[in-house]
Design a protein around this ligand. Structure first.
Ligand code: PXG
Length: 464
């Protein structure tokens, strides 16, 4: 067998990829006909591909490479840990230093009394843990009827059966018999597309109060928890109107339900604080973390739970756990990643330099004819594309058609900017410099201009 390397011609790599590799969230038949872009390396905020392009990665991989690509320190820690102890489990009354040290670090960083860490290999697994954790918690407290978890439409909580059931993605629920029982969804606080004639403030309160109505209808005795992303990421970087979160926190305080903050995207500096709940002033009982925990250098996630939740769960044997729980190499890399974030004051860089500059340049995009609203929290941002800003109109084409045109124009201009429907989103590495932000925005503007031209030529610049 000949080795498959970066030096092979792109077409050969694409053909092999199409022959054997099934891509996630992809119509693989279509992709096989077009060929996937082959990424060969990365440094800082730039990717290289097999055709020699340098692409600015406006998505930090998949919202995760917070400290940027090419950090040798992490490679060295991984190699050292692999030599010393590449694997051991923590099931049968054993433990190891990387798991101990990372749990201790997370307890220090997490707000309030979130002091206890249950590991996973990513966000989906951690959210599956959360489903069993909150139901077991209430059962242990003598309230086994409290099983329902309330979530939101268009939320993303992962792809396993449990996590995808928590999520509110219609396209995911349509496949494979989801959701599982006892998951209830309320509407999302997306004013741009669902706010109608309400002001953002009125709409935010209305959407928050749906939680209270759901609690009344379903019965507090039947509800275990409410789960939400502080800022919906995969749903399109949906930033709730100002009054929304205080009202949600009030409702959670007044009712006996647990609050799970899914910090898989918002955690580790993305919003300008260590956690999104700090930016939004929330007091969760459980946080889901993954992605930025290791800057994506190793697959690792966790549920971080309060003293009270840990004490109650600790009364019983919690029959749950993954082979790679607290994996020593992943934990060692995550710990080093967090140390780098502290030493280099990455959060200070976001708060004082990168986020203010990105905000100014991002919000100015609303002067472009295609851009309706621009939303940004820290280093995650979105723009809504529209044929008619005043009416907040949708395009006449199938949702996502225009977004896809724009994404293709971004790629052609060596920028990774994603589309969710007809919203464009970015979440670059947190270490991005102001000069690199300028490159990002300049490329986005060219892509928007080219999108406008293409919409005109294909007669797609029409409101529904
Ligand atoms: N919660 C949130 C908030 C996420 O964004 C998960 C849980 C699941 O994590 P894992 O590590 O199991 O993937 C995520 C993941 C997208 C996209 O299209 C976003 C995610 C995953 C895949 C695609 O934006 N987020």
């Amino acid at each position: 067998m000949t080795a498959i390397t970066n030096h092979m011609p792109t077409a050969e790599l694409q053909a092999l990829d199409a022959a054997h590799h099934m891509h996630p969230f992809t119509a693989n038949g279509d992709l096989a006909a077009r060929g996937a872009r082959v990424i060969t390396g990365a440094r800082g905020v730039f990717l290289t591909d097999s055709d020699g392009n340098w692409i600015l990665d406006g998505m930090a991989g998949l919202w995760c490479v917070n400290i940027g690509y090419g950090r040798d320190e992490l490679a060295e820690v991984a190699a050292r840990q692999m030599r010393e102890l590449p694997y051991y489990n923590t099931f049968f009354q054993t433990t190891h230093v990387p798991a101990i040290a990372l749990a201790e670090k997370l307890a220090e960083l997490a707000p309030g009394d979130l002091n206890h860490v249950f590991f996973a290999s990513g966000g989906s697994e951690a959210n599956d843990t959360n489903i069993r954790l909150v139901r077991t918690y209430w059962a242990e407290k003598g309230k086994p009827s409290k099983r329902i978890i309330i979530s939101r439409r268009n939320a993303y909580h992962g792809s396993t059966v449990g996590a995808a059931s928590l999520g509110g993605m219609a396209g995911m629920h349509a496949q494979g018999g989801l959701p599982i029982p006892d998951i209830h969804h309320i509407d999302q606080p997306d004013w741009w597309s669902e706010g109608g004639d309400l002001t953002p403030e009125e709409f935010g309160l209305e959407r928050a109060r749906q939680l209270e109505r759901a609690i009344e209808e379903l019965g507090e005795d039947n509800i275990a928890a409410f789960i939400a992303e502080p800022v919906q990421g995969a749903g399109g970087v949906i930033v709730a109107p100002d009054g929304y979160w205080p009202e949600i926190q009030r409702i959670c305080d007044e009712h006996e339900i647990l609050l799970i903050a899914d910090e898989v995207i918002c955690g580790f500096g993305r919003t300008g604080n260590w956690f999104g709940t700090q930016t939004l002033n929330l007091r969760p009982d459980i946080m889901t973390v993954a992605k930025g925990l290791s800057s994506g250098y190793q697959p690792i996630g966790a549920s971080i739970v309060s003293d009270e939740v840990a004490e109650v769960i600790g009364r019983t044997e919690f029959n749950h756990g993954y082979t790679y729980h607290g994996h020593p190499v992943a934990a060692a890399v995550a710990l080093k990643n967090l140390e780098i974030m502290e030493e280099e004051d990455v959060i200070g860089h976001v708060r004082d330099i990168a986020a203010p500059h990105l905000k100014e340049r991002w919000e100015a995009l609303t002067d472009h004819p295609l851009v309706g609203e621009a939303k940004i929290v820290g280093m995650m941002a979105s723009i809504a594309l529209t044929p008619d800003k005043k009416r907040r109109a949708a395009f006449v084409s199938e949702p996502g058609t225009v977004g896809l045109v724009c994404r293709e124009r971004c790629f052609a201009n060596n920028l990774v900017m994603r589309h969710v429907g007809d919203r464009m989103i970015i979440a670059p590495p947190l270490v991005i410099t102001p000069d690199e932000i300028d490159i990002l925005i300049d490329r986005a503007r060219v892509a928007l201009d080219e999108t406008l031209d293409e919409l005109k030529s294909r007669d797609l610049l029409r409101a529904a």
